[in-house]
Design a binder for this molecule. Structure first.
Ligand code: FAD
Length: 389
């Protein structure tokens, strides 16, 4: 269900494993894409994308690849060479690419212009989906239908919703001259966030995630407000020769939503359908890619052998723990509260301790478990690094 990032990735990998897959996508046109997405895929997803060949496919479509520097009141944190890189390909190219790759994978049928209207159930098990008058039986129904997840709604899955106290807006520009280090830049102000992403077609994306208290400042002349915001950032980009080539896109309210990823026997959720995080740290596409791989890895063997899926589902749930743990911290950040003393200490210490700086970068890239950074040892190390002469 859903030919987005998670659905197409899962279908490609199930198909490669030798399984038959039907992807049911509500849009009729293969090119209809998600508009509300910054498509900046963090470095933690690079190994998975390389393993599956999706990295090269995205690069062939013109994706921009590079590292990202982060500004905090402690200064710029620039990653050392050799750390995992980010990748950015606009959804208008990424979505058709993934759908084309999925449709071209043996065993995969891409059914465009179909909407799931109900689930088939027998003895408490989900046994397929209803698409209008048509019934499609399946051993496993995968809800990869995005943050609203109609499949989860039809199945009556409970939602754990947390507030997001920032709003977001962005636009694409040609002719931006970055003044900060690295290919892309993130400014973690207190509490606003600015992002400059280099993307395909020699474009830059100017992104603002201000605290909701500033909503009124961005209501009229949104492009002007966005440009003034970006230009006011420390080492903010030079926009004097820049030309805006898109309308301003954005959302005023985007709460975090979490659902049980395996709510019923025969039904699993993946991508935003399972965990819709705060968009500010740019994690969702990466999570969707990675969770799809975990799902296939843990369930394909049993699906192929016709075995019970319980063990595989338990393994999938466990792997998702990586995202759930990060999401717990993202939900705190989404409250747009001033940086807490521990974060301040770590940011300051990272400027004096390369090992800590590396760990902070890998955490921000979602390349390591959250607990690899947020633990007592790191705190002691940070306290030592920040206070030594
Ligand atoms: C403001 C904002 C900025 C973001 N920026 C970034 C970023 O910079 N980097 C990043 O990694 N992530 C970002 N994200 C998150 C990212 O967009 C999502 O996490 C990602 O798209 C999730 O992929 P998915 O496959 O789960 O869902 P989607 O990509 O939403 O795909 C769901 C698919 O299901 C289909 N569908 C829905 N309902 C039905 C139905 N009833 N029947 C059939 N098909 C259906 C849809 O048409 C769609 O094709 C951002 C999100 C927002 C809101």
């Amino acid at each position: 269900m859903g030919a987005g990032v998670a659905g197409c990735t899962a279908a490609i990998l199930y198909g490669r494993a030798g399984l038959r897959v039907a992807i049911i996508e509500k849009h009729h046109n293969i090119s209809t894409h998600k508009a509300l997405c910054g498509h900046f895929v963090l470095g933690g997803t690079q190994p998975m994308l390389r393993r599956t060949g999706l990295w090269e496919a995205m690069v062939d479509e013109g994706a921009a690849v590079g590292d990202v520097a982060r500004w905090t009141p402690a200064g710029w944190a620039v990653p050392e060479p050799g750390l995992p890189e980010c990748i950015s390909l606009r959804r208008e190219k990424l979505d058709p690419l993934l759908r084309t790759l999925a449709a071209g994978t043996p065993g995969v049928d891409l059914l465009l212009g179909r909407t799931v209207t109900g689930l088939l159930e027998s003895g408490g098990h989900v046994t397929g989906v209803r698409v209008g008058d048509e019934e499609i039986p399946a051993r496993l129904v995968v809800g990869a239908d995005g943050h609203r997840s109609p499949v989860a709604q039809v199945a009556g899955v409970a939602e754990d919703v947390a507030p997001n106290e920032r709003f977001g807006l962005w636009a694409y520009y040609r002719g931006v001259v970055p003044r900060g280090p690295a290919a892309s830049q993130i400014w973690s102000l207190d509490p606003d966030v600015g992002i400059l992403v280099r993307t395909d077609d020699d474009l830059h994306m100017l992104v603002a995630f201000p605290a909701k208290a500033r909503l009124a400042d961005f209501q009229s002349d949104r492009a002007g407000a966005l440009e003034r915001f970006m230009a006011s950032l420390p080492d903010g980009p030079d926009l004097s020769s820049a030309e805006r080539v898109s309308k301003v896109i954005g959302t005023n309210d985007y709460p975090c939503v979490k659902r049980d990823p395996a709510p019923k026997p025969g039904l699993v959720l993946v991508g935003d359908a399972a965990i819709t995080g705060d968009p500010t740290p740019a994690v969702g596409c990466g999570w969707a890619f990675r969770a799809a791989e975990w799902l296939v890895e843990s369930t394909a063997p049993a699906l192929l052998d016709g075995r019970d899926l319980n063990e595989g589902i338990t393994a999938y749930r466990k792997m998702l723990g990586f995202i759930v743990e990060h999401d717990r911290f993202s939900r705190q950040d989404a409250l747009a509260r001033p940086t807490n003393p521990v974060q301040k200490l770590i940011n300051k210490a990272a400027h004096r301790d390369p090992k800590l700086a590396r760990r902070v970068y890998l955490f921000a890239m979602r390349a390591i478990p959250a607990s690899d950074l947020i633990n007592l040892r790191t705190l002691l190390r940070a306290a030592w690094a920040a206070t030594r002469p």
